[in-house]
Ligand binder design. Structure first.
Ligand code: LMR
Length: 334
């Protein structure tokens, strides 16, 4: 009697374990930009690949455009396990206490996507992601967006044109110093609030890659856009560490493969997406797009590169030097 009860119990347990194993694993992937951006498209690609490679065992639900959480909230939600995956911009890791990520915000550091990949695919990138682990976060990949340009309601040809202007920035001390060094008044603000802040004059201008500017319709509330390409904006794809490590090993491997494929895709489309967004902004006729001359761009560079040295204490001199070495950057050779 006792033995049969035990057997029934064991059988029930096996059935329920089997049922658990059959349950679909849901990954909530929250982000703040439009679906029609490099990050939005890459997140959808990951969702598709994850479904395919795990044969439907994993379902990735992508929540775009801050529909689930805004910038600061999403980081907290990830740590609490309310969402499993995010791809915040590299400028948003400072408040988490991982200030070294702000090396990517240093103005005029990177000359193109190839420079970035030397860093993100190398030791610096690996070490940066490892710094997230004590925060309960695992870094999986770096995804590109592109190079930022300044916009405002008044023409921008020289650094002095931004003096006294209230400029929206992401939550990075490097970006704060960048704006201060040309006499602007930086205002940290969640991405989801920027359009309205520009529209109502809470801020005068901002900086973003064109894909973000266009898909949030910021060009409709900014009269001038100057193609300064003065800084980089990209992402770290991150997951809740406990969730990730608790996944069955075979599924985790399939998801790693899905991530590898979507990373390749993200980094392939980023440049083209930004170029077509620029075409669309020009076609809209709503904002005057200005391409600075070589001399004008150099004036911005001269005004902003001193930020590198000023931020050594925050980012760490060794991190900055390691990036300089990877990309052959010489701060004195302007
Ligand atoms: C911003 O806040 O401007 C960007 O970080 C948004 C994004 O995720 O690209």
């Amino acid at each position: 009697m006792k033995v049969s009860k035990l057997l029934i119990g064991l059988f029930a347990c096996a059935v329920s374990l089997g049922a658990y194993a059959q349950q679909t694993i849901v990954i909530k992937f929250s982000h703040v930009v439009a679906a029609d951006t490099p990050k939005g498209k890459a997140a959808e690609m990951f969702a598709k690949k994850a479904g395919e490679l795990t044969h439907g065992k994993v379902k990735v639900e992508v929540y775009a455009n801050s529909t689930l959480y805004k910038d600061k909230e999403e980081m907290e939600a990830l740590q609490l396990g309310a969402v499993q995956m995010l791809a915040p911009s590299l400028a948003k890791f400072g408040p988490l206490g991982v200030k070294e990520f702000e090396v990517f915000d240093l103005p005029f550091m990177f000359n193109g996507y190839d420079d970035l990949h030397k860093v993100t695919n190398g030791a610096v990138g690996k070490n940066l992601l490892a710094k997230l682990e004590p925060k309960g976060i695992k870094g999986l990949a770096f995804w590109d967006n592109g190079f930022k340009s300044f916009s405002a309601n008044t023409p921008i040809k020289t650094p002095a044109d931004l003096k006294g202007r209230k400029m929206r920035i992401q939550s990075s001390k490097v970006l704060e110093e960048q704006m201060r060094s040309i006499g602007s008044l930086p205002q940290v603000m969640a991405f989801s609030e920027v359009y309205q802040a520009l529209q109502t004059g809470v801020v005068d201008g901002t900086e973003n890659p064109i894909s973000n500017l266009y898909t949030q319709k910021m060009h409709e509330v900014q009269k001038h856009l100057t193609l300064t390409d003065h800084g980089y904006l990209g992402y770290a794809v991150i997951v809740n560490k406990k969730f990730w490590e608790g996944l069955p090993a075979d599924i985790r491997k399939q998801l790693e493969d899905a991530m590898e494929q979507s990373t390749r895709y993200a980094n392939q489309i980023a440049k083209v997406e930004n170029e077509s967004a620029l075409d669309a902004v020009k076609k809209s006729g709503k904002t005057a797009v200005y391409a600075p001359t070589k001399e004008e761009r150099l004036a911005f560079k001269k005004a902003l590169v001193p930020v590198h040295q000023k931020m050594e204490g925050r980012i760490g001199k060794e991190v900055i030097q390691a990036v300089y070495k990877d990309i052959g950057f010489k701060p004195d050779s302007l």
